[in-house]
Design a protein around this ligand. Sequence first.
Ligand code: NAP
Length: 297
Amino acid sequence: MAVIIDGKAVAAELREEIAGEVAALKEKRGLVPGLAVVLVGQDPASQVYVRMKGKGCDEVGFASFQHMLPSESSREELLSLVQKLNQSPEVNGILVQLPLPKHIDENSVINAIDPGKDVDGFHPVNVGKIVIGDRDCFYPCTPYGCQVLINRHVQSLKGKHLVVVGRSNIVGKPIANMMVQKNDMANCVVTVCHTAAPDIGYYTRQGDILVVAAGRPDTVRGDMIKEGAVVIDVGVNRVPDPADPSKTKLVGDVNFEEAERVASAITPVPGGVGPMTITMLLANTLKAFKLHHGIKA
Ligand code: NAP
């Protein structure tokens, strides 16, 4: 049976480390990292994420600035707030919660964020730096969390075959770009598959490490996994609970019961990749603070 990769425990450990560093910085410099989160509109899921980000900041001792704009706000109003945050010395990281209301072009907002404060890692400058292997950048939080979990469970990544299912700009493409780099946290041989592949099992069965970010339950079944593979399930899907049809439950993109009989290690859903995402946002904000203050990361 596979070892369960406990993302919650790893996230708690990292948050404790971050809190320790923040306490030391506060004592030495009288300053703490600051994260600004901008929410436009009242999407309930986004409101939950923004609250969780605020709680994460409190937990590690960051200053947290939350800006709630009405859904009818114009692109110009949002851009003017982003400019203010770009210039604020108290703000080290800026995150504009996506999705934005349809009348605001997301790319124009992402592009307006100072790349040195883009702790979500979506600005083209950061994307480009990832592609060319410049580590002086911000990795997007979910793939970064996956990379940390992979590194904790695979001894030597050099030459391992990492297969990614999904090619989104948020998960699939960045994790592939990060893991192919020639550095000590990566150096894998990488394959990316998506809906144009006639049979994704052909690829997934070759993966020593499998990262699945498809957004659909049971995209990967047990017979699509190589014996002993490390499986990172990024998916979050709400499905009817077979134990109680009046309820729902969260599942990933991998059939967990089948996969845990074949894999050597696997992330559960919930409790795997999920808890890592906000933690890596906090790690990125601390990194931004250090860069802004000329402190060695
Ligand atoms: P997305 O933008 O919908 O992209 C899904 C990708 O998977 C697409 O590239 C799609 O291929 C591919 N795909 C879908 N079904 C497939 C299949 N049957 N075979 C092969 N490829 C398939 O989704 P995303 O934003 O990357 O998110 C993926 C999942 O991760 C979702 O469940 C999401 O909720 C979850 N997620 C979790 C976190 C977290 O913090 N835990 C963060 C982000 C996302 P095409 O490009 O060909 O359409």
